[in-house]
Design a protein around this ligand. Structure first.
Ligand SMILES: Cc1cc2nc3c(=O)[nH]c(=O)nc-3n(C[C@H](O)[C@H](O)[C@H](O)COP(=O)(O)OP(=O)(O)OC[C@H]3O[C@@H](n4cnc5c(N)ncnc54)[C@H](O)[C@@H]3O)c2cc1C
Length: 384
């Protein structure tokens, strides 16, 4: 039996050929440096844009490739196999693009489809923390426009993306939120601190302050006060499945690299490899099983979304929690199996170990998801 690596499925699409070339030529060769120096993967984004892949989920009528959740998850998974930082930038781009596709102006939809605009989500705030559904930042009428003030706590690709899909309190509806499309070069926007993270170091996820940023009223995405509905309908299914795909990609890579290390590392006195030890093989088996279980749930979540199954929302909630926790366990086992050698970057496991830590604390966090899933299982309303 040969060593296995698998992907979400094995479709043949022209865009996957283009992606594989970009991965081989740009993303994989730069991954270690992107991580070490905390560099935004600009060359990768440029190449993805030129190949039409930033328009993957944009409608054909605006020049996009017209794909959906499955293709987005597949692209993120394949990239994550080599560079989770780049995978998360692309994940945020598609999640934001989904909102612009649903509610944005044609001009911005065309710019995203053509690869001219990179988009990202600006939901988390220092006041609401991971409770993205309850922003404390404000939107107020300002002449013919709207004034936005905020302390966003994390925006992936801060200062690098062109468009922020931005949440605020509603203009008029008490206790509700509104979503806006904010150009990143708007006057009054400031990246507050450089990103020097533990993992996903190349995604440049920094705090951003907005002081008196004025946008036109038609920068509103969806209705005033309908922010929660926009987040649940457009953002959540994409973000959850792509986050899970990022985890599956890095788990698969960690398992493959760990098995390769175990098979190629010899105890001289026994003339045996690490892989000859039953305990080591059992750890690798647990990594493989956890990875494939996460992949199985992801495939089922994608099936549920595509067929409009009754349990689609439950699967969407489950898939990020399951994959995020599994990614932490699998990368932890990878570090154990590879021993002291794992502390060295050449083995290629420690980067994924650090990257995986973000999966459980990115909103909705695992704890919040468990709360929602538990409420759903107990027949209770998710909110309120
Ligand atoms: C690498 C990275 C990139 C990011 N990129 C973006 C981005 O592009 N856009 C964006 O909007 N945000 C982004 N975020 C922010 C992310 O989505 C979360 O909002 C953020 O990680 C939460 O951190 P916090 O310190 O505010 O957590 P807190 O909200 O303070 O949570 C701390 C702990 O409390 C738990 N907790 C919180 N609320 C509950 C609850 N109700 N029930 C049970 N437990 C709870 C959490 O699970 C967590 O373990 C990014 C985060 C990271 C790490």
């Amino acid at each position: 039996m040969t060593a296995m690596t698998t992907t979400i499925d094995r479709p043949t699409h022209a865009y996957l050929d283009a992606l594989d070339t970009i991965i081989a030529d740009v993303i994989a060769p730069h991954a270690a440096e992107v991580d070490r120096a905390g560099l935004f993967p600009r060359a990768a984004l440029d190449a993805l844009g030129a190949a039409g892949l930033l328009g993957l989920i944009s409608a054909r009528e605006v020049g996009g490739l017209g794909h959906g959740h499955r293709a987005a998850a597949l692209v993120v998974e394949r990239i994550s196999h080599h560079c989770a930082s780049t995978a998360m930038v692309v994940c945020m781009h598609y999640a934001a693009a989904a909102v612009v596709e649903a509610h944005g102006p044609r001009e911005d939809r065309e710019a995203i489809a053509a690869g001219r605009s990179v988009a990202t989500l600006a939901l988390s705030e220092s006041g609401s923390r991971s409770h993205f559904w309850a922003p404390v930042s404000t939107a107020t009428e300002d002449g013919n426009g709207v004034r936005l003030d905020a302390h966003k706590s994390w925006i992936t690709a801060a200062g690098e993306a062109d468009l922020y899909v931005w949440s605020s309190r509603s203009l008029a509806a008490e206790g509700a939120s509104t979503i806006w499309l904010v150009p990143s070069d708007s006057a009054g926007l400031r990246v507050a601190a450089p990103f020097d993270g533990l993992g996903l170091r190349g995604n440049c996820s920094s705090p951003v302050v907005a002081e008196g940023v004025v946008v036109p009223r038609d920068a509103m995405l969806g209705a005033d006060g309908a922010g929660f509905d926009v987040m649940m309908a457009a953002v959540l299914p994409y973000f959850q499945t792509m986050s899970a795909a990022m985890c599956v990609g890095l788990m698969d890579a960690t398992t493959t690299r760990t098995a390769a290390h175990a098979g190629g590392t010899t105890f001289t006195e026994m003339g045996q490899s690490l892989a000859d030890l039953p305990t080591i093989r059992a750890y690798i088996a647990r990594m493989r099983v956890a990875t494939d279980m996460a992949r199985g749930l992801l495939l089922d979540a994608l099936d549920a979304l595509e067929s409009g199954r009754d349990d689609a929302m439950l699967r969407v909630l489950e898939v990020k929690a399951a994959a995020g926790e599994a990614a932490n366990q699998v990368t932890d086992l990878g570090m154990r199996v590879c021993g002291g050698a794992a502390f060295r970057k050449e083995v290629g496991v420690e980067r994924f170990f650090r990257d995986a830590r973000a999966a459980t604390v990115m909103a909705p966090t695992t704890d919040v998801l468990y709360d929602f899933i538990g409420k759903a299982a107990c027949g209770m309303p998710l909110f309120g």
